[in-house]
Design a protein around this ligand. Sequence first.
Ligand code: SF4
Ligand code: SF4
Length: 203
Amino acid sequence: MQERPVRDYFRNIWLTVYTILVGMRISLKYCFAKTVTLQYPDVAPALMPRYRGFHFYEAEKCIACDLCAKACPIDCIYIEKTGPRKLDKATGIAGGGLMTRYAIDYSKCMFCALCIDPCPTECIHMGNLHDHSGYTRESMIVEFTELAKQGLQTPQPLWMQKEKMPAWAAERKQEWVDFKHSKDKLTGQDDARRDEMVKAIAD
Ligand code: SF4
Ligand code: SF4
């Protein structure tokens, strides 16, 4: 009668030691594996070349045709204009009516990119911005026409508005300010592009 409790006692000790060893074996394996943790924000996040980040929008080329909004499966693109707009193929700039609003609600957007392909003037694109932090739901609605008035094509998250930021972030911000992602007839003519962006927007 006394043998079984003694045997169970030692068996429990063995099982405890064994399970610790099994657990430690897995931990030890990862101790020597290649590190995958990224020291963000000090180190830039590694984005794939076709990463679908926050959009960039070229107001001066937009003809307000609504095709992007119609293609959006969750209706989170809002477009308002004073009249129809037409693209001048020679200059690559749209004219006619003015854009009063082009906005995307990022509290709904699922970054599916379905709005990109139907655009006849290729003025809406998925960008490489991965973060748009804010303090309210309303701040997740990006008013691209308001950005265009400031000469911007894409939103600037809070960390991009700080004076001190990691070198990679400053570089990325400058890329956007310099329209490095806009490949069209205004490439390299930054001031002309800013003028056209403002001209496309109604106050
Ligand atoms: S990425 Fe998709 S969900 Fe977001 S605005 Fe475009 S179509 Fe709509
Ligand atoms: S972004 Fe393109 S598809 Fe959308 S309204 Fe402007 S021109 Fe049309």
